[in-house]
Ligand binder design. Structure first.
Ligand SMILES: Nc1ncnc2c1ncn2[C@@H]1O[C@H](COP(=O)(O)OP(=O)(O)OP(=O)(O)O)[C@@H](O)[C@H]1O
Length: 607
């Protein structure tokens, strides 16, 4: 019943830093974005049809203009002054067409804008939901800056497309289509002239597409890199300043900024040739239509009114191409953005929910790692073959050199990652078979960073159990020894953390996260102990809080302080992913191995 071992495969999201994709990948990426677009538009099918009716009516009304002009010149004017009725009829028809075109285009724009805005909102929601849904493995390889750029600049590019032009361009394309048809019906020969003008225009558009696609991908990639660099530097500002990295990061930032500028300049270069090129082709076609039509008027085979209508049509036909050309920029960048967003949305969590979850009726907290082997992705093996049983209620301290695999064990027990092979069991149940809400309730991880969200102290503690009452929150804080300092904060439990006055020290932060875990009351607690050295009273306070937190539950502590190890029932010494020593702290000290050496060094440091 266990879900199959599912190592993270390289997916399309991994390609999104590349600007030149091979043909097959490019096609797959395009298909994926189109599928996403279709999926987003499907709920609006009815509104879309209504928008289509409106825009078609408006276009038909607009395109009737030149034809009415030709009627006025060729039929209505010659009837004057004897018969004014034809001219009046044409005038009224022209006015009616103009009003109809205006009213319907206005309605179309409003309807289309509503669809565009709901599509954007839905996309924003999906990106956010997806980033929360994906496993830790994804987040550890896909930098937060890249996710931010998906949520900001990529969605912004889509917004620009939808807000600034798509709606107008759809109606422009229709105008072109109707104009071409109207012109061909009015005068087929001029229709041919128009088609001959389309040939060079087509080549120019193809040239533009080819070059601008690469240029736009490049632009988005550099823009994302710029954001990544910025976010990385800002979030790591302490390290940047502590290690004097300002000039290096500045150099890197400049280099990326310059590459971004160059990518933008390349786009301007391409556009700078495209727009005037199209204008030239359009004007040349008008000239040819005028010359050919003028000659035919002279020979009497074409009416003047028809020639005027032909010229109006040809001119109108090319005007939108230019708009479409300019719009193509926004379209390209939005298409590239959609490719990236759809890549992110196509990612599947590597930690898969069980199809038929098994319940944990009375959780006791017996933990087993049964021949667990683990490697991050295709990387080297971190845990070759780990076999370990922790009876319910035992406090185990994991010690060992850095990189030995301690945090990896914590991530496997809490199922942030799945073992490459072997099983992790809680009370005899494979954790792959436990629904994640049940698992998260029973197995809680307290990390080093003891992250506090913006909000009050009470709200931060209540994260452990959102339905907890104020009394329960305070009781939890009292139990781990956090109550005293909280009541000394400006607004007590209602103090906003992360704001002036609400700043808490590293030790206090830890106590708050202990209170949070105490309130959650999990069966198994995994604790990545903070390495930050607390002062002695602070350490004693945390130590006492920790003891209360650990009582009556299974606990794995990644111990960085030997004072913490002393409160453990059992110590596991880890080296290169294998347990090399296992026993109570006293046993290990008397056995005289690695732990005894560490312990001796610690004792010496105390005197
Ligand atoms: N997300 C990751 N992707 C790839 N490799 C990783 C990842 N996290 C850890 N590793 C590698 O796995 C090995 C074990 O790391 P782990 O964090 O479990 O060690 P640790 O014993 O907890 O070390 P420390 O005491 O320094 O925290 C290391 O070689 C590390 O480079």
């Amino acid at each position: 019943m266990s879900a199959p071992a599912d190592r993270r495969r390289p997916t399309d999201a991994d390609h999104d830093d590349e600007t030149r994709l091979d043909r097959a990948t490019s096609r797959a990426v395009r298909r994926r974005s189109l599928a996403l677009l279709g999926n987003l538009l499907r709920p609006h099918a009815r509104t879309l049809s209504w928008a289509a009716v409106l825009v078609t009516a408006s276009t038909a009304a607009q395109v009737s203009g030149p034809w009415l002009v030709s009627l006025a010149i060729d039929d209505a004017l010659p009837a004057l002054p004897d018969d004014i009725a034809p001219l009046a009829a044409v005038g009224v028809a022209y006015l009616a067409a103009a009003v109809l075109a205006g009213v319907t285009i206005g309605a179309y724009r409003r309807v289309a804008a509503r669809i565009a805005q709901s599509v954007l909102l839905e996309l924003r929601r999906r990106v956010f939901r997806q980033t929360q849904r994906l496993s830790l493995e994804f987040h550890e390889s896909y930098t937060s800056g890249r996710i931010i750029s998906r949520q900001t600049s990529d969605l912004e590019a889509l917004r620009e497309l939808l807000d600034g032009g798509l709606v107008g361009v759809i109606s422009s394309i229709l105008v072109m289509l109707f104009t071409a048809v109207g012109l061909t019906i009015l005068d087929p020969l001029s229709g041919l002239v128009l088609v001959s003008g389309l040939v060079p225009a087509w080549f120019l558009v193809r040239w533009f597409q080819k070059h601008s696609q690469v240029a736009y991908r490049e632009q988005r990639t550099w823009s994302a890199r710029l954001i990544v660099k910025f976010v990385e530097t800002m979030t790591g500002m302490r390290a940047v300043q502590a290690f004097n990295r300002e000039s290096t990061t500045e150099r890197d930032f400049d280099r990326i900024g310059e590459a971004y500028r160059d990518a933008n300049l390349r786009i301007f270069g391409i556009n700078g040739r495209f727009a005037p090129g199209l204008l030239l082709i359009g004007n040349m076609t008008v000239v040819v239509a005028l010359a050919a039509g003028g000659w035919r008027v002279l020979t009497g085979s074409l009416a003047v009114g028809v020639l005027v209508a032909v010229l109006l049509y040809v001119k109108r036909f090319f005007a939108p191409i230019q708009q479409i050309g300019m719009f193509y920029n926004a379209f390209q960048s939005a298409a590239a953005a959609l490719e990236k967003v759809s890549g992110l949305l196509a990612e599947e969590p590597t930690v898969v929910e069980p199809v038929e979850p098994v319940d944990l009726p009375v959780p006791r907290g017996r933990l087993q790692l049964d021949h667990v082997r683990f490697a991050y992705g295709d990387g080297p093996v971190v845990l070759p073959d780990l076999d370990l049983t922790i009876p319910a209620g035992q406090t185990v301290a994991l010690v060992g050199t850095t990189g030995a695999g301690k945090s990896t064990i914590a991530k496997l027990v809490t199922r942030f990652y799945d073992a490459t092979s072997g099983r992790v069991l809680v009370d005899g149940v494979n954790i792959r078979d436990i629904a994640s809400p049940v698992l998260r309730r029973n197995v809680v991880m307290v990390t080093q960073e003891a992250y506090l969200f913006s909000g009050s102290v009470a709200e931060n503690i209540a994260l452990g159990r959102p339905d907890a009452t104020r009394e329960e929150i305070e009781a939890a804080a009292r139990a781990v020894g956090a109550h005293e300092f909280v009541t000394n904060l400006p607004d007590g439990y209602d103090t906003e953390v992360n704001k002036r006055g609400g700043r808490v020290s590293a030790g206090q932060r830890q106590l708050l996260s202990f209170a949070r875990a105490f309130l959650a009351d999990p069966t198994v607690l995994v604790l990545d102990e903070a390495t930050s050295s607390l002062d002695l009273p602070g350490e004693r306070l945390v130590q006492r809080g920790l003891q209360t937190l650990l009582a009556d539950r299974t606990a794995i502590i990644i111990a960085h302080r030997l004072s913490t190890v002393e409160i453990a029932d059992r110590v596991l010494v880890l080296a290169h992913g294998a347990i090399v020593e296992d026993g109570s702290p006293d046993e290990l000290v008397s056995r005289g191995g690695r732990f005894a050496a560490m312990h001796g060094a610690w004792q010496d440091s105390l005197v």
